[in-house]
Write a protein that binds this ligand. Sequence first.
Ligand SMILES: C[S@@+](CC[C@H](N)C(=O)[O-])C[C@H]1O[C@@H](n2cnc3c(N)ncnc32)[C@H](O)[C@@H]1O
Length: 597
Amino acid sequence: MSRPQLSIDSLPAWAHLNEVSFFDVHVASTDGSGLGLVALRELATTEQTFDIPALLRIPHYVVLNAAAVEEYAKQDRDFRLLIDAAGHQVNINPLSFIKADLIISADLLYKSSRGDILIFLLVHLILGTQPDATAAGLPGPWTEYIKFLPDQVPLPTVWTEDERLLLQGTSLEHAVQAKLLILEQEFDRLRETSSDIPCWQARLWDTRAAQLKDWRLVDAWYRSRCLELPLSGEAMVPCLDMANHSSTPNAYYEEKSQGEVTLLLRPSQSVRSGDEITISYGEQKSAAEMLFSYGFIDRDSVSRSLVLPLDPFDDDPLAKAKTHLFGEKPTVRVAIVGGDLRWESPFAYLMCVNEEDGLAFRVLQDTDGNRQLKLFWQHEDVTNSARSFDKLTKAHRLSALFELRVVTVVEELLGSQLARLQVQGAAPLSSVDPDASQGATGSIREECHRQAALLRELEAGILSRALEELEEQVSDNACLPVASALIGPTPQGANGSLFFLSPPHIIFPGLPRRLISTNMECACVDVCGCGGLARRRRKQQVQMTFADSTSLTYDLRLSQKSQLLADDNVVAYLGSMEATESGLAPEGASNEDDDFS
Ligand SMILES: C[S@@+](CC[C@H](N)C(=O)[O-])C[C@H]1O[C@@H](n2cnc3c(N)ncnc32)[C@H](O)[C@@H]1O
């Protein structure tokens, strides 16, 4: 059944009834951003203005936050039953790998009023469509206000399946999938917990009045319209939620001590009649975050950053223990700030060390008999420092090696992400249906195509720039100190050096022994780093001869620029190298003092 909607022309009447005041602004259609706030006359502030005039004033009692839902439950007995059974949930944050501030400190689970507000919105959405007015619950300001909210929101969680495919290879691909899964689980849980309550079984489930698409819609409303207020917390503020975003906003909002919310013109602003009044939705958000939360990307205001999930090595026997103790979703965050690369990945440091390096896990029993998993590094209990392993490894003799392994992991992740982004390019414009409406599977709306293409372009730019710099970091120069720490000085007579650095769990198979020669062909000569090699050859076999006269043959496969993957997953770095003669130990290639631990 289609839900009743109200024309925006009725908003002034709703506002009057609910004591919301508009001063010289009104809600009108904008160019490309749906509804927005528009000035009705010329307005100006100067730097010296102390009493900045309000554009909008919203009383506290219409603000929708956790306390308002609780207040409503006090007055509506049926709603109380529902919220007690299904509300007050802990939320799972699918954006834990998108939001930069959540990477280091926050847990995947966080307490939020979101769930309760979503149930409130769903009930109002569904009951508004029911013919029986007595079933509609206690009327309040939101019973009508919800009818001004759009049916179509541009957030990827309500895109069609075809539209979501446009996100393949972007950092949003998995976040959107994860979010959809969570929404489904939340909806199932709501049904399970409320279907024992006869009135809700009848209103929501008997006639299939409430559906998953409704839950997705109320979630999208909440995500794109909620604000964090100093007193009210996470809240939806009617009428203020009609303000659109700009990278050069002319207005801002504040919450007064009584909980009243006002929208004010910024200092030194002047707007003409007909100009849009805009606020900022956040200056530090990445393009993926903007698209995820608001359904659009403002090229001018997004930060050049992205966050990717990081999986532990498939064959790492300690992978489970590491992820368990790390306690949050492992990620790599990359940002380009003023042209410089910044990246962080606390988990990568834990991921890249293993037993051979001095890492150990033990299950200890406390005096109450509880068993706890403990993490040790160089025989010291570092269980509480699992998220700052980078600091622990810095103090180690082989810190350069650990750092190089981590950089390699990050480089590999970014490289494969960029490759996926490029391979799975956005659908051609020919598949875009200009008349496509939401929900029509098999069709792609032009706006979704545009936003996905912009995300791809921005993320490809960040990844390419990051890879350029990471490649430099693992270049010959960066490898040299690590290699000499491990292998010793480049043997005299060898015209170059080949540095083998394995993933941490396969430290130097075949070693500790000094590698004295390889049969690497001269085709590799004069290649600086492996970038050139990668372009020349896809596959190569190399025989390595050691000082103890044994030799090993590896199939080297190029996984990407600057890396060679051997058949044993040995990561090899090629310095500027000339091949030594096969089987001939160059002069001075003794290995007595080598320490490969
Ligand atoms: C808080 S609502 C603002 C009111 C909304 N335009 C409406 O019609 O109800 C946020 C939504 O407005 C749209 N929006 C806001 N600022 C925008 C912008 N600069 N460009 C494109 N869309 C924008 C997005 O759809 C976003 O999810």
